[in-house]
Design a binder for this molecule. Structure first.
Ligand SMILES: Cc1cc2nc3c(=O)[nH]c(=O)nc-3n(C[C@H](O)[C@H](O)[C@H](O)COP(=O)(O)OP(=O)(O)OC[C@H]3O[C@@H](n4cnc5c(N)ncnc54)[C@H](O)[C@@H]3O)c2cc1C
Ligand code: FES
Length: 291
Protein backbone atom coordinates (compact mmCIF):
# COMPACT_ATOMS: atom_id res chain seq x y z
CA UNK A 1 0.00 0.00 0.00
CA UNK A 2 1.26 3.48 -0.83
CA UNK A 3 0.82 6.12 1.82
CA UNK A 4 -1.05 9.12 0.50
CA UNK A 5 -2.91 11.84 2.31
CA UNK A 6 -6.58 11.68 1.39
CA UNK A 7 -7.04 15.42 1.10
CA UNK A 8 -5.02 18.44 0.04
CA UNK A 9 -5.99 21.42 2.20
CA UNK A 10 -5.47 25.08 1.57
CA UNK A 11 -5.03 26.66 4.97
CA UNK A 12 -3.92 29.93 6.49
CA UNK A 13 -0.99 29.14 8.74
CA UNK A 14 0.88 31.45 11.13
CA UNK A 15 4.63 31.83 11.63
CA UNK A 16 5.69 30.63 15.08
CA UNK A 17 9.42 31.00 14.55
CA UNK A 18 12.02 31.27 11.84
CA UNK A 19 15.63 30.39 12.70
CA UNK A 20 18.46 31.31 10.34
CA UNK A 21 21.53 29.09 9.93
CA UNK A 22 24.77 29.69 8.00
CA UNK A 23 24.53 29.66 4.20
CA UNK A 24 21.04 31.24 4.01
CA UNK A 25 19.40 28.14 5.47
CA UNK A 26 16.24 28.56 7.54
CA UNK A 27 14.05 26.37 9.73
CA UNK A 28 10.50 27.70 9.67
CA UNK A 29 7.85 26.60 12.18
CA UNK A 30 4.22 27.28 11.25
CA UNK A 31 1.02 26.77 13.17
CA UNK A 32 -0.95 24.78 10.58
CA UNK A 33 -3.69 22.66 12.15
CA UNK A 34 -4.70 20.57 9.14
CA UNK A 35 -1.21 19.80 7.83
CA UNK A 36 0.03 19.00 11.32
CA UNK A 37 -2.53 16.20 11.59
CA UNK A 38 -2.30 14.74 8.10
CA UNK A 39 1.24 15.25 6.75
CA UNK A 40 3.29 12.08 6.21
CA UNK A 41 7.02 11.74 5.48
CA UNK A 42 7.87 12.45 1.85
CA UNK A 43 4.82 14.63 1.27
CA UNK A 44 5.25 18.34 0.64
CA UNK A 45 3.46 21.67 0.96
CA UNK A 46 3.03 24.25 -1.79
CA UNK A 47 3.85 27.47 0.02
CA UNK A 48 2.68 30.96 -0.87
CA UNK A 49 5.75 33.20 -0.48
CA UNK A 50 3.85 36.51 -0.59
CA UNK A 51 1.91 38.76 -2.92
CA UNK A 52 4.96 39.69 -5.04
CA UNK A 53 5.80 36.05 -5.83
CA UNK A 54 3.65 34.61 -8.58
CA UNK A 55 4.11 30.86 -8.03
CA UNK A 56 4.01 28.96 -4.77
CA UNK A 57 7.18 27.01 -3.86
CA UNK A 58 7.23 23.28 -2.96
CA UNK A 59 8.83 22.40 0.40
CA UNK A 60 8.98 18.97 2.03
CA UNK A 61 7.69 18.66 5.56
CA UNK A 62 10.55 18.37 8.05
CA UNK A 63 8.21 17.57 10.96
CA UNK A 64 4.51 17.57 11.75
CA UNK A 65 3.51 17.86 15.39
CA UNK A 66 -0.18 17.07 16.06
CA UNK A 67 -0.05 18.07 19.73
CA UNK A 68 1.43 21.51 19.05
CA UNK A 69 -0.51 21.86 15.75
CA UNK A 70 2.72 22.86 13.98
CA UNK A 71 4.71 21.87 10.92
CA UNK A 72 8.37 22.62 10.21
CA UNK A 73 10.30 23.22 7.02
CA UNK A 74 14.01 23.51 6.29
CA UNK A 75 14.94 25.52 3.24
CA UNK A 76 17.80 27.30 1.57
CA UNK A 77 17.32 30.52 -0.39
CA UNK A 78 17.83 29.92 -4.11
CA UNK A 79 15.95 32.88 -5.57
CA UNK A 80 13.25 35.46 -4.84
CA UNK A 81 10.50 33.08 -3.61
CA UNK A 82 12.34 31.59 -0.68
CA UNK A 83 14.06 34.92 -0.02
CA UNK A 84 10.62 36.48 0.47
CA UNK A 85 9.65 33.57 2.76
CA UNK A 86 12.77 34.14 4.86
CA UNK A 87 11.63 37.69 5.66
CA UNK A 88 8.49 36.52 7.46
CA UNK A 89 8.28 37.20 11.19
CA UNK A 90 6.44 35.43 14.03
CA UNK A 91 2.71 36.15 13.71
CA UNK A 92 2.77 36.61 9.92
CA UNK A 93 0.26 34.60 7.88
CA UNK A 94 1.31 32.05 5.22
CA UNK A 95 -1.06 30.24 2.87
CA UNK A 96 -0.20 26.53 2.57
CA UNK A 97 -1.51 23.91 0.15
CA UNK A 98 -0.85 20.44 1.42
CA UNK A 99 -0.07 17.74 2.17
CA UNK A 100 0.66 16.92 -1.49
CA UNK A 101 2.17 13.92 -3.23
CA UNK A 102 2.91 10.26 -2.75
CA UNK A 103 5.36 10.01 0.11
CA UNK A 104 7.54 7.15 1.31
CA UNK A 105 6.15 3.63 1.44
CA UNK A 106 7.22 2.03 4.72
CA UNK A 107 4.93 -0.98 4.72
CA UNK A 108 7.68 -3.63 4.54
CA UNK A 109 7.53 -5.33 7.96
CA UNK A 110 10.43 -5.62 10.39
CA UNK A 111 12.56 -3.36 8.26
CA UNK A 112 15.73 -1.39 9.00
CA UNK A 113 15.12 1.95 7.27
CA UNK A 114 18.37 3.61 6.19
CA UNK A 115 17.68 7.27 5.56
CA UNK A 116 20.21 9.21 3.47
CA UNK A 117 19.76 12.97 3.13
CA UNK A 118 21.90 15.57 1.36
CA UNK A 119 21.66 19.32 2.04
CA UNK A 120 18.10 20.61 1.84
CA UNK A 121 17.11 17.05 0.89
CA UNK A 122 17.43 16.15 4.56
CA UNK A 123 13.84 17.20 5.62
CA UNK A 124 11.72 14.34 4.23
CA UNK A 125 14.11 11.58 5.33
CA UNK A 126 14.68 13.05 8.79
CA UNK A 127 10.88 13.24 9.14
CA UNK A 128 10.67 9.57 8.11
CA UNK A 129 13.31 8.42 10.63
CA UNK A 130 11.59 10.25 13.51
CA UNK A 131 8.12 9.13 12.37
CA UNK A 132 9.08 5.45 12.21
CA UNK A 133 10.83 5.63 15.58
CA UNK A 134 7.68 7.18 17.11
CA UNK A 135 5.44 4.56 15.46
CA UNK A 136 7.23 2.02 17.62
CA UNK A 137 6.31 -0.87 15.31
CA UNK A 138 9.68 -2.60 15.23
CA UNK A 139 11.37 -0.33 12.70
CA UNK A 140 14.95 0.51 13.64
CA UNK A 141 15.89 3.57 11.56
CA UNK A 142 19.46 4.74 11.08
CA UNK A 143 20.34 8.10 9.50
CA UNK A 144 23.21 9.42 7.39
CA UNK A 145 23.17 13.09 6.46
CA UNK A 146 25.61 15.05 4.29
CA UNK A 147 26.06 18.78 3.83
CA UNK A 148 28.66 21.12 2.45
CA UNK A 149 27.18 23.99 4.44
CA UNK A 150 27.25 23.91 8.25
CA UNK A 151 24.41 21.58 9.32
CA UNK A 152 21.25 23.59 10.11
CA UNK A 153 20.71 21.57 13.30
CA UNK A 154 22.25 21.49 16.76
CA UNK A 155 24.89 18.73 16.78
CA UNK A 156 26.40 16.58 19.52
CA UNK A 157 29.03 13.85 20.02
CA UNK A 158 27.01 10.67 19.77
CA UNK A 159 27.05 8.02 22.48
CA UNK A 160 25.21 5.56 20.19
CA UNK A 161 27.51 2.99 18.58
CA UNK A 162 27.36 2.63 14.79
CA UNK A 163 29.34 -0.33 13.42
CA UNK A 164 31.99 0.42 10.81
CA UNK A 165 32.46 4.05 11.89
CA UNK A 166 35.78 5.48 13.02
CA UNK A 167 35.73 6.86 16.56
CA UNK A 168 36.40 10.40 15.36
CA UNK A 169 33.33 10.33 13.04
CA UNK A 170 30.93 10.52 15.94
CA UNK A 171 28.95 13.73 15.44
CA UNK A 172 25.16 13.41 15.33
CA UNK A 173 22.13 15.70 15.38
CA UNK A 174 20.83 16.43 18.89
CA UNK A 175 17.21 15.57 18.05
CA UNK A 176 18.23 12.21 16.59
CA UNK A 177 20.45 11.42 19.57
CA UNK A 178 17.65 12.33 22.01
CA UNK A 179 15.27 10.03 20.15
CA UNK A 180 17.87 7.25 20.26
CA UNK A 181 18.17 7.11 16.45
CA UNK A 182 21.74 6.25 15.33
CA UNK A 183 22.94 9.05 13.06
CA UNK A 184 26.24 10.11 11.48
CA UNK A 185 27.19 13.12 9.37
CA UNK A 186 29.35 13.55 6.27
CA UNK A 187 30.90 16.53 4.53
CA UNK A 188 33.73 17.27 2.12
CA UNK A 189 34.43 20.28 4.31
CA UNK A 190 36.35 19.98 7.52
CA UNK A 191 33.46 19.84 10.00
CA UNK A 192 34.42 18.41 13.39
CA UNK A 193 33.37 14.82 13.94
CA UNK A 194 32.02 14.39 10.40
CA UNK A 195 33.12 11.78 7.88
CA UNK A 196 35.25 13.45 5.16
CA UNK A 197 33.52 12.34 1.97
CA UNK A 198 30.17 11.61 0.40
CA UNK A 199 27.23 10.63 2.55
CA UNK A 200 26.59 7.51 0.47
CA UNK A 201 30.18 6.33 1.12
CA UNK A 202 29.52 6.86 4.84
CA UNK A 203 26.32 4.80 4.63
CA UNK A 204 28.20 2.06 2.76
CA UNK A 205 30.75 1.78 5.60
CA UNK A 206 27.87 0.72 7.84
CA UNK A 207 26.05 -1.42 5.25
CA UNK A 208 29.26 -3.41 4.69
CA UNK A 209 29.17 -4.59 8.31
CA UNK A 210 25.71 -6.20 7.96
CA UNK A 211 24.93 -9.89 7.76
CA UNK A 212 22.94 -11.36 4.83
CA UNK A 213 19.89 -11.60 7.08
CA UNK A 214 20.19 -7.95 8.12
CA UNK A 215 20.65 -6.84 4.50
CA UNK A 216 17.29 -8.39 3.63
CA UNK A 217 15.62 -6.07 6.16
CA UNK A 218 17.19 -2.87 4.77
CA UNK A 219 15.28 -0.25 2.80
CA UNK A 220 17.13 2.88 1.66
CA UNK A 221 15.18 6.16 1.61
CA UNK A 222 17.09 9.04 0.02
CA UNK A 223 16.61 12.68 -0.87
CA UNK A 224 19.24 15.14 -2.07
CA UNK A 225 21.04 16.35 -5.17
CA UNK A 226 20.85 14.13 -8.25
CA UNK A 227 24.42 12.74 -8.02
CA UNK A 228 23.65 11.68 -4.45
CA UNK A 229 20.43 9.99 -5.55
CA UNK A 230 22.31 8.18 -8.29
CA UNK A 231 24.94 7.02 -5.77
CA UNK A 232 22.18 5.82 -3.41
CA UNK A 233 20.57 3.87 -6.25
CA UNK A 234 23.96 2.32 -7.09
CA UNK A 235 24.47 1.33 -3.44
CA UNK A 236 21.07 -0.34 -3.48
CA UNK A 237 21.95 -2.18 -6.68
CA UNK A 238 25.30 -3.44 -5.37
CA UNK A 239 23.83 -4.73 -2.11
CA UNK A 240 20.45 -5.80 -3.65
CA UNK A 241 18.50 -3.47 -1.36
CA UNK A 242 15.10 -1.83 -1.92
CA UNK A 243 15.49 1.92 -2.42
CA UNK A 244 13.06 4.84 -2.64
CA UNK A 245 14.11 8.29 -3.87
CA UNK A 246 12.39 11.63 -3.33
CA UNK A 247 12.80 13.84 -6.42
CA UNK A 248 12.67 17.60 -6.93
CA UNK A 249 11.38 19.33 -10.06
CA UNK A 250 10.03 22.73 -11.00
CA UNK A 251 6.35 22.93 -10.15
CA UNK A 252 3.75 25.32 -11.48
CA UNK A 253 0.50 23.81 -10.14
CA UNK A 254 1.53 20.90 -7.82
CA UNK A 255 -1.84 19.22 -8.31
CA UNK A 256 -1.18 17.24 -11.46
CA UNK A 257 -2.77 19.66 -13.95
CA UNK A 258 0.05 21.29 -15.92
CA UNK A 259 2.47 18.40 -16.62
CA UNK A 260 5.30 20.83 -15.91
CA UNK A 261 7.02 18.43 -13.53
CA UNK A 262 7.12 15.20 -15.54
CA UNK A 263 10.05 12.78 -15.36
CA UNK A 264 10.77 9.66 -17.39
CA UNK A 265 10.44 6.45 -15.42
CA UNK A 266 11.17 2.88 -16.44
CA UNK A 267 8.52 0.43 -15.31
CA UNK A 268 8.29 -3.34 -15.94
CA UNK A 269 5.72 -2.55 -18.68
CA UNK A 270 7.96 0.06 -20.34
CA UNK A 271 9.00 3.71 -20.23
CA UNK A 272 6.39 6.19 -18.97
CA UNK A 273 6.13 9.86 -18.04
CA UNK A 274 5.14 10.55 -14.43
CA UNK A 275 4.32 13.79 -12.62
CA UNK A 276 6.64 14.42 -9.66
CA UNK A 277 3.93 16.38 -7.81
CA UNK A 278 1.23 13.72 -7.61
CA UNK A 279 2.77 10.44 -8.83
CA UNK A 280 5.84 11.31 -6.71
CA UNK A 281 7.85 12.96 -5.34
CA UNK A 282 8.90 9.51 -4.07
CA UNK A 283 9.73 6.91 -6.71
CA UNK A 284 11.33 3.50 -6.67
CA UNK A 285 15.05 3.96 -7.41
CA UNK A 286 15.02 1.33 -10.17
CA UNK A 287 12.38 3.26 -12.08
CA UNK A 288 14.54 6.42 -12.07
CA UNK A 289 17.94 4.75 -12.55
CA UNK A 290 17.18 1.43 -14.28
CA UNK A 291 19.65 -1.36 -13.45
C1 LIG B 1 8.73 18.05 -3.78
C2 LIG B 1 9.79 19.11 -3.51
C3 LIG B 1 10.23 19.28 -2.22
C4 LIG B 1 11.20 20.26 -1.95
N1 LIG B 1 11.62 20.42 -0.67
C5 LIG B 1 12.55 21.36 -0.37
C6 LIG B 1 12.96 21.57 0.97
O1 LIG B 1 12.50 20.89 1.90
N2 LIG B 1 13.87 22.55 1.20
C7 LIG B 1 14.38 23.32 0.18
O2 LIG B 1 15.22 24.19 0.44
N3 LIG B 1 14.01 23.14 -1.10
C8 LIG B 1 13.10 22.19 -1.39
N4 LIG B 1 12.70 22.04 -2.70
C9 LIG B 1 13.29 22.90 -3.75
C10 LIG B 1 12.63 24.26 -3.66
O3 LIG B 1 11.26 24.13 -3.97
C11 LIG B 1 13.28 25.23 -4.65
O4 LIG B 1 14.62 25.42 -4.28
C12 LIG B 1 12.56 26.57 -4.57
O5 LIG B 1 11.32 26.47 -5.23
C13 LIG B 1 13.38 27.67 -5.16
O6 LIG B 1 12.63 28.86 -5.00
P1 LIG B 1 13.34 30.27 -5.00
O7 LIG B 1 12.30 31.29 -5.09
O8 LIG B 1 14.30 30.38 -3.84
O9 LIG B 1 14.22 30.22 -6.29
P2 LIG B 1 13.68 30.30 -7.88
O10 LIG B 1 13.75 31.75 -8.23
O11 LIG B 1 12.43 29.58 -7.98
O12 LIG B 1 14.86 29.53 -8.49
C14 LIG B 1 16.10 30.11 -8.79
C15 LIG B 1 16.83 29.17 -9.74
O13 LIG B 1 17.16 27.96 -9.04
C16 LIG B 1 16.99 26.83 -9.87
N5 LIG B 1 15.95 25.97 -9.28
C17 LIG B 1 14.90 26.33 -8.51
N6 LIG B 1 14.17 25.29 -8.12
C18 LIG B 1 14.74 24.20 -8.64
C19 LIG B 1 14.46 22.80 -8.60
N7 LIG B 1 13.40 22.30 -7.93
N8 LIG B 1 15.28 21.98 -9.26
C20 LIG B 1 16.35 22.45 -9.94
N9 LIG B 1 16.68 23.76 -9.99
C21 LIG B 1 15.90 24.63 -9.38
C22 LIG B 1 16.61 27.38 -11.23
O14 LIG B 1 17.77 27.51 -12.00
C23 LIG B 1 16.00 28.72 -10.92
O15 LIG B 1 16.09 29.61 -11.98
C24 LIG B 1 11.73 21.07 -3.00
C25 LIG B 1 11.27 20.88 -4.30
C26 LIG B 1 10.32 19.90 -4.56
C27 LIG B 1 9.82 19.72 -5.95
S1 FES C 1 3.43 20.82 -11.22
FE1 FES C 1 1.68 20.80 -12.52
S2 FES C 1 1.50 18.69 -12.97
FE2 FES C 1 3.08 18.71 -11.49
Amino acid sequence: MVHRSATVFEEKSRVIQQIEFAGEQFVLTLEAHKSSITALPGEFAFVDCGENILLRRPLSYLRANKEQKTVEFLYKIIGPGLEALSKLQPGDEVSLMGPIGTGFNFEKPNQIPVVIGGGVGIPPVLFLAEYLKNLNQGHAPIAFFGSELPFPFATVKSLITVNGMKNDNNTSIVDMENKNIPCRLASLNDFEGCYQGYVTALAEQWIRTLSKEELKRIVIYACGPEPMLQAAAKLAEVYQIDCQLSLEEFMACAIGGCAGCVVEVTLPEGVAMKRVCVDGPVFDAQSIFPR
